[in-house]
Design a protein around this ligand. Structure first.
Ligand SMILES: [Zn+2]
Length: 359
């Protein structure tokens, strides 16, 4: 194991883990045993050594204790086969989340196995934080990710590997003055209502990001094309309100994204596909993001249905990106064309026709 001492914000820290990347300038990307990745600048580094113990991820118990140490008082742990949920809301709600996540975990592996795509099992237990209260969640997420995070109801942080969210039954309650604690069957009913559909979809979406980064589909700290990371997460999210957990399966037509896709179809630029493949800022800008997310879903859906073998081969190549690796726009296009052909405008016309016919 690598051991480093760093000086950060006036504090001396000792970190034990494994170095993932060493920069030429002396900076480091170091992963600690809880799965957190530290970006250590050269001028923060004070001392570096190795100890004889091999690197080993923390087990669920130890990871849970580390989570609790980072959170305000009052959090408890709920542990399942693959997840460690730290929560300060009701145990019934933590269980509801964990059941949904385990269900996704199973479906996720089954989905890829069926397509002959070999993924690795997550090396670290998957950490999840559930706040009881939206304001506490917002304060925590602001520290981690800035203002943007508090505008959404949950997120995956690829630095810490945490998935962070809050109790959605709070959103589903008309009065915020007196919070009620719900039983598990009440939680299921509440979150199976149409008004909760997008919220449940968001949890599945973020949990898919976490799985993709923990099973070798994407590499943390590589610059993965947004359309691909987002397209996959949206492909998996499709909610199903007839099911008790609000979600049943992967890859159903995503009504919400399809409606958005249709709204924009008449003004679609001929080079839209090229834009999507190369310009990640489309996803970051509030004005262009809804259309970009809808198009990322449409492209992913189309490739899974019409070009499954090529798409699997393309995904395999993209999964080999190294931490900090970034492809130029030209390289992205070259790679995409290698699997799907040179004529992107023709491909886009096929895609629009195919998605336009979906019911
Ligand atoms: Zn996303």
């Amino acid at each position: 194991m690598d051991v480093v001492r760093i000086q950060r914000a006036g504090q001396a820290l000792q970190l034990k883990g494994r170095v993932l990347v060493e920069g030429q300038d002396g900076s480091l990307l170091l992963q600690t045993r809880d799965g957190v990745i530290w970006v250590v600048q050269a001028d923060e580094l004070r001392w570096r050594d190795q100890d004889t113990a091999p690197f080993a991820p923390l087990d669920r118990e130890a990871l849970g204790q580390r989570l609790l140490a980072q959170l305000p008082a009052g959090f408890q742990l709920h542990t399942t086969d693959h997840y460690v949920v730290a929560y300060n809301t009701s145990t019934a709600y933590a269980r509801w989340c964990a059941t949904l996540l385990e269900r996704l975990h199973r479906a996720y592996f089954r989905f890829w196995e069926k397509r002959g795509f070999e993924l690795r099992r997550p090396e670290f237990p998957l950490p999840v934080i559930v706040f009881d209260d939206r304001a506490d969640y917002a304060a925590f997420s602001r520290d981690e990710l800035g203002e943007a995070a508090s505008a959404v109801i949950g997120y995956y942080n690829f630095r810490t590997n945490h998935m962070v969210m809050f109790d959605l039954t709070g959103l589903a309650q008309p009065s915020r003055t007196r919070r009620r604690r719900f039983s598990s069957s009440q939680i299921r009913q509440l979150l199976a209502q149409p008004g909760s559909e997008r919220n449940v979809a968001t949890i599945v979406h973020e949990a898919t990001h976490q799985l993709a980064y923990n099973t070798g589909l994407h590499t943390r700290y590589a610059v993965n094309p947004f359309w691909l990371a987002e397209g996959l997460a949206i492909f998996f999210e499709s909610p199903d309100l007839k099911n008790a957990s609000g979600w049943r399966t992967i890859g159903r037509v995503n009504r919400f994204r399809l409606a958005e896709f249709r709204r924009n179809a008449s003004q679609r630029a001929a080079d839209r596909l090229e834009q999507l493949l190369t310009d990640d800022s489309l996803f970051r800008n509030a004005r262009t993001a809804p259309a970009a997310y809808a198009d990322a879903w449409a492209l992913t859906y189309y490739l899974f249905r019409r070009r499954p073998k090529d798409f699997a081969a393309y995904l395999k190549e993209m999964s080999k990106l190294e931490p900090l690796e970034e492809l130029t726009a030209k390289e992205r296009l070259k790679q995409f064309r290698k699997y799907f052909g040179a004529d992107l405008e023709q491909l886009d016309r096929d895609l629009v026709r195919y998605v336009g016919r979906l019911r």
